[in-house]
Design a protein around this ligand. Structure first.
Ligand SMILES: [Zn+2]
Length: 333
């Protein structure tokens, strides 16, 4: 799993030899649970995606959700028959699962996952559904994505950042100088459920006007085509310069910026990363958000607003990094 990577500077005696992890030396599986689908990736140490799969399940059906988790895991477990052959598969080093709600490690529960339309679920139930050796590791979706974004940072893994995870909901993972900040009750970064000015839509959490009702992928696609939500269609319309598509992105960005301002003013992080499936819209989305944020003396100079390095699989890659992060919290790949 490790290989030599040269020598460090001498501090008087012989130069110490350096080693680094071999990116292809082992792989992990990352499973992301969404309201109606389970997404999974198999990835190497550099978070290169080796394989993916997606398994749909019926909404608010816990049994179907667990069956989907098990099937996704089974499909991606490396085929040990490949070992020793021309296409040997690296060994599996662990499984991580990202969940769209509060992951309460102390009580061993997934709670407050309003978009799943399910009650509290013991993490042990998920563990039993994961069909592979060793314990699975769990983390909130935005937290896991923030960890992976920090892990993938080439220049400085100690830099603070706020990761805005946008899928069916919106959550913010907070990395403070290289450490994940979960909060005293695992609820840090729940900006998706902070109301924005003038908003009246009812949220699945029971409140009115939550940011995620306006900034989620679901909200974006409702603006584009309420009858047939189709992210790929919107992406290609934006890329071919369709005027209505650009208007939709601007309208979405205006609402997005309202909640993002709360994130910026609360955290004062130097970097804000936007990730999740909507990142397929690329630079036009980020540009529209930067424009909508405008300039204000409170945000001058503005933070760096950028797209995630993780592409559209941020939540699943976030889960895939958990086994590495748990073992080597201070080690760069
Ligand atoms: Zn809410």
């Amino acid at each position: 799993m490790v290989e030599p990577s040269g020598y460090a500077a001498s501090s008087g005696g012989r130069k110490p030899r350096r080693f680094r992890f071999r990116p292809g030396g082992a792989c992990t599986i990352g499973i992301a649970v969404h309201p109606e689908r389970v997404e999974a990736v198999r990835a190497d140490l550099d978070l290169n995606v080796l394989d993916t799969c997606e398994v749909p399940f019926g909404r608010s059906d816990q049994e179907a959700l667990m069956a989907a988790v098990g099937e996704a895991c089974e499909r991606l477990v490396p085929d040990i028959r490949g070992v020793g052959s021309a296409r040997a598969v690296p060994p599996l080093a662990g499984v991580g699962v990202s969940l769209p709600g509060i992951v309460d490690e102390e009580r061993g529960l997934l709670t407050e996952a309003p978009n799943l339309l399910l009650d509290e679920i013991p993490l042990e139930v998920f563990s039993n559904a994961v069909r592979c050796e060793g314990p699975a590791l769990f983390e909130n979706e935005a937290n896991a994505a923030a960890l992976a974004e920090s892990w993938a940072a080439v220049s400085d893994r100690r830099e603070s950042l706020a990761f805005v995870s946008v899928s069916e909901g919106v959550g913010v993972g907070v990395m403070l100088e290289g450490s994940l900040y979960r909060g005293a009750r695992y609820r840090a970064g729940e900006f998706g459920h902070v109301p924005i000015p003038g908003a009246r839509r009812r949220c699945n959490c029971g409140s009115i006007g939550c940011w995620e009702r306006y900034a989620s992928q679901t909200a974006l696609l409702r603006l584009w085509n309420a009858r047939r939500p189709d992210l790929d269609g919107l992406v290609s319309a934006v890329n071919t310069g369709q005027v209505r598509a650009a208007r939709v992105v601007r309208a979405y960005a205006a609402h997005f910026a309202m909640g993002l301002r709360n994130v910026i003013r609360c955290l004062d992080a130097p970097t804000v990363v936007i990730g999740g499936p909507v990142s397929a819209l690329g630079e036009p989305l980020v540009e529209a958000i930067r424009t909508a944020l405008g300039t204000s003396p409170m945000e001058s100079p503005p933070p760096r607003v950028t797209l995630s390095r993780l592409g559209t699989h941020a939540a699943a890659l976030g889960a895939a990094v958990l086994p590495w992060w748990r073992r080597f919290p201070c080690v760069s790949p």
